[in-house]
Design a protein around this ligand. Sequence first.
Ligand SMILES: [Fe+2]
Length: 546
Amino acid sequence: MLGINAVFHDPAAALVVDGRCVAAAEEERFTRRKHGHANLPFAAWELPAQAARWCLDSAGLTAGDLDAVAYSFDPSLTREPEDLGIHDPWDHLRRTYARHAPTMLAEELAGLDPAAVRFVAHHHAHAGSAALAAPVPDADVLVLDGRGECGSHLAGRYDGGRLTVHASQSLPHSLGLLYEDVTAHLGFVRSSDEYKVMALASYGAPRFLPELRRAVAADDAGGFRVDRVDWNALVKRRPAGERWTADHADLAASVQARLEEVLLDLARWLRARTGGSRLTLAGGVALNCVANTRLFEDSGYDDVWVQPAAGDAGTALGAALHLAAGAGDQPVPMAGADLGRGWTDAEIEAALVAARLPYERPSDLAATVAETLAADGVVGWFQGRSEYGPRALGRRSLLAHAGHAHNVERLNDVKGREEFRPVAPMVRQERAAEILERGPLPSPYMLFVHDVRRSWRDRIPAVVHTDGTARAQTVDPRHEPLLDRMLAAFERRTGLPVVVNTSFNTAGRPMVDTPRDALEVFGSAPISLLAIGPFVVRRERLASCP
Ligand SMILES: [Fe+2]
């Protein structure tokens, strides 16, 4: 079963065999265009053809072997823009391109029968990506994004692979679009930079909460309303590039606080309806790790699990899982987000030789990297299969010493990011509870914030945000033995079982995916050491490069 996401943004493909995801990748990692294509109706025809072909190749399959292709948008569910209360005269293009997707996919994937393409409702695809990939598949599910065919939300429950929808919310009411609106008003890129608003919120006070409470509220049927907000009446629009003020931070804090309140109302409603103990989340709003921690703490659920590819890329996986479960396949819990491309040692060495770079093969890679980090070097870490979803989780990461506060600015400089953005810690799982509180542990996907215990804040200042929190990734030695060995080696040298982890890319570009991508970033950014497969390249030796 092949899943395809194409309509809005983050085009992606995922391959599910016997209920297990064996490959999943975003098209941006192949085309090097961040988010694949713009979230515009005109762009909806662009299919994740390279990702789809790679998924099939990696499993030794052809399109003719597929039982079905699951496309995460159902054009029969769309309505006219005026019925949805949205103002886009070109919205119908999404429906048109989706209708043509079977033949267009058959042109891209040799041997595919267009009749094998099935449409899966966008929010069912998100829901499947959460509950059917979670550690326990029978779970409640909340989906919240900007929009699907005609809605922005689904509240339901999966039992035995079957989804029961308990509530949904029609457009124009959308918590995702509300957050996108404030993102644009604050001078960031809509449908891309929402996480910057979340980071900015930590610097403000929610003094516009009364206005937001009047405009945005849950109803008693599991849905909500979002009235039009006159943002300019609250705070003047920030032109892109202009410095943000306390007012902007207060607005971000107010929207963030109201989002959390309404999400709690929605989750409590669903729990009261189903009596469930486990909540799963997907949709772009589920990438809001501050809200996720509120849900974990206060919704009444015993456990909250978030799909690491919670944005639209994840609907490729969810559409395939949803169809597979409907066909009777038992869903297999997702073991990790490392579902993208990987490279053999020989392929990596060939790229190093082609680039004429001086490289070594150290006897202990983990120790070599730890030594560089302990000496306050920045390490490019390229290991194993790349991540599916927006977070770098130790496959395509930049690493640095967590004990030096200047590494926040240093990494933000390397990546051309705003100075207020935090960088995140990667923590040995066995030590995590000693350092972090609040939020679920272990936390392998960086989808929750935690409070850093006071006794640790001064020891790891590079990864503590202004409000004392950190968006941590805990490293399980069973799934990530090399990362764990590196962290252990760093701890032996510094006493800190924590390093800074941020994604291996530069501003406006997708994360690196191939050895060549990694070498390009290494060549253009002040990275001290590149650890690529079993090899290392040292910047200090580049001067002697012929
Ligand atoms: Fe979505």
